[in-house]
Design a protein around this ligand. Sequence first.
Ligand code: SIN
Length: 333
Amino acid sequence: MTNSAKPRPTIVIIGTGGTIAGRGAAGNTSSYDAAVLGIQDIVAAVPQLAQLADIRGEQIMNLPSKNMTDRTMIDTARSVARIAASDADGVVVTHGTDTIEETAYFLNLTIKSAKPIVLVGAMRPSTSLSADGPINLYDAVRVACSKDAAGKGVLLVMNGEIHSARDVTKRNTFQVGAFGSPYGPLGLAVEGHEIFYRAPTRAHTLASDFDIAYIDSLPNVQVIYGHSNVSDVAVRAFIECAVEGIVYAGTGNANLPDALIPALHAARAAGIHVVRASRTGSGSAVRNPDAADLKNGWIVADDQNPQKARLLLALALTRTRKVSELQSYFQKY
Ligand code: SIN
């Protein structure tokens, strides 16, 4: 628990949309329109923010986050990088919760700044009886003012918890405690104070090989979901449309079923990179004991979930096409 970095920090709050900007019938928690309110309305609903910092709002888009694309993610990262390089002391990004973990991870890997960068959303719209947006925004700004948050990579603050962008994932469709990290949060936001218990160990922001200043687009990487009776139709379709990478969200230890192996060999022969990730939600995908990964040029995602493995493979493909180097990125980040 610490004091702010300086008496009156300046925090820029970016609006991108989501339920935190949502409106619906009074009291509804699950049926409403996301991405309706502008960032100035969201900020005005929490007058207590003025006690924490000088606040500037900036609307860069207003989307339900299911519609986020590589393009909108790159645009968001460009805006965050610009603000982080300005006189602002911290950046808060309001975002829909559906894909907030992906944007957070992308920023974690591409923003060259040690300043606090905090993503925040809400599970209930502003018109709900117990909207969580205002308290989440207050906590996010408080964390963005904290010198303890500096250098810890991009953070997500919701429901009184401070999570690392690397680890956090959405685990529930409607409850306010929807987010979790496999190893727990980094800290807590309690009664207007932030308490950190640990720090990320994997490379991020200033130590990352990726820099949004040099990224205009991302290689096309797609995810295929594993299940019993899976067919190779999706792999063959992705070969047909020349994707550059496939992440397979496999069962258990990111296992590749026999029915997919010929199509995956064809993908590799076509120069498409294949990452084995797990759909289980925790644990680390370990290399095949029979060295099938090495022999076939498959990459393992370590403990990264499929949707974030997609982003890491896409970024890694901007730097190298060598399988051994691509694999090393999954150990580094
Ligand atoms: C969205 O992701 O835009 C809608 C859901 C949410 O923000 O909770």
